[in-house]
Design a protein around this ligand. Structure first.
Ligand SMILES: Cc1cc2nc3c(=O)[nH]c(=O)nc-3n(C[C@H](O)[C@H](O)[C@H](O)COP(=O)(O)O)c2cc1C
Length: 339
């Protein structure tokens, strides 16, 4: 019997709605995810990628990325690496930390990752890629998923054959960012590639690339036949975008736009949660507050993007070094809007 519910299942893990939060380095950490869940309600979320090598060498700052909070489940922890044994060892630790899903990164195109043979470089090395999937599947009880790009460059749409090999090795979901690795973020994502991959694999398929609005998400579902839609950049400093997309996909009324006060209140909540997160990580100097402020200097200004006169406040926000400074600039901005 086919389910009429809007979500999908990854093995025994039920994903209640088809919206998936993308893994994003230095973005989808625990505070970001808790806010995304509360105000956007995606059915599934992923951590930023976690280096298996860094876990192997017990890097303290990487371990903090393995935290899982009960309110954010189901959660996938994404790992990257090039050595099957080390990936398997890391996957076991992720499972112990509470991951509901282990995701393997085969989409990261940046040189610092690819030169180690990890990320999208694995698209050029199918045997190692398959060995990694098999080793991770054998190491854990939770479902294992793989996030790929279409291939390394335009000369080969490698994803269909690779995905089939990964499924044969035990992978239970595939996500496709519909660009080739060599493209980085250039050009538009080509959703025809998702449609083509849909024909090649029977496990759940999540489509990804350039979804910004509810209409985009519905179009991706309809045109490609994918089971889930992954959203990345559109969710940064904008959990409400996730809420609108989720509502459209499950057939609910579109939630109202947040007010400026809502945006500022959530920006400050995000910052305070980030300070707590850094405090708990206990990484030594600089202070947790300064670490948190530095980490969010890019994101807090984006919460007020688009408001008339926001440019100057946004520029000041990129230099704040304490919670109080952020608060002052945002308060002044609200006052300037009221005049
Ligand atoms: C700041 C940033 C960090 C990213 N980090 C990761 C990552 O850690 N792992 C990963 O698989 N993809 C990563 N990506 C790619 C996204 O998961 C996603 O595939 C891509 O942004 C396309 O989706 P979008 O158009 O909805 O943003 C990152 C993207 C951005 C913008």
């Amino acid at each position: 019997m086919t389910s009429t519910l809007p979500g999908f299942s990854i093995g025994a893990v039920r994903v209640e709605n088809p919206l998936v939060l993308a893994p994003m380095e230095d973005v989808t950490n625990l505070p970001f995810r808790l806010i995304a869940k509360q105000y956007g309600g995606p059915g599934l979320m992923f951590t930023e990628f976690v280096s298996a090598m860094a876990i192997h060498y017990k890097a303290k700052k990487t371990f903090k990325k393995l935290q899982v909070h009960p309110d954010e489940r189901p959660l996938g922890i994404q790992i990257f690496g090039a050595e099957p044994d080390i990936m398997a060892e890391t996957a076991r630790l992720c499972e112990e930390s509470g991951a509901d899903v282990i995701d393997i990164n085969m989409g990261c195109w940046v040189p610092k990752v690819c030169k180690t043979g990890s990320g999208a470089a694995l698209l050029k090395d199918p045997d190692t890629a398959e060995a990694i999937v098999r080793a991770v599947v054998n190491a854990v009880k939770v479902p294992v998923t793989v996030k790929v790009r279409a291939g390394w460059d335009y000369s080969l749409f490698a994803a269909p054959e690779l995905a089939q090999r990964f499924v044969d090795a035990g992978a239970q979901m595939i996500t496709l960012h519909a660009r080739f690795a060599k493209q980085g973020f250039e050009g538009e994502a080509d959703w025809k590639l998702i449609e083509a991959l849909r024909k090649a694999v029977t496990v759940p398929l999540v489509g990804n690339g350039d979804v910004k609005t509810p209409a985009d998400a519905l179009r991706m579902l309809n045109e490609t036949g994918c089971d889930g839609v992954m959203v990345g950049r559109a969710a940064i400093s904008n959990p409400w975008a996730l809420g609108r997309i989720r509502a459209a996909m499950v057939g609910e009324a579109e939630p109202p736009e947040p007010t400026l006060e809502d945006r500022i209140s959530i920006a400050m909540e995000h910052l305070r949660m980030m300070v707590e997160y850094e405090t708990a990580a206990d990484l030594g100097p600089p202070s947790p507050e300064l670490r948190a402020c530095r980490a969010l200097r890019g994101q807090i200004p984006m919460y007020i993007k688009g408001y008339p006169g926001a440019a100057q406040a946004r520029e000041r926000l990129t230099r704040c070094s304490s919670v109080a400074e952020f608060e002052d600039v945002l308060r002044e901005f609200v006052l300037s809007m009221e005049q």
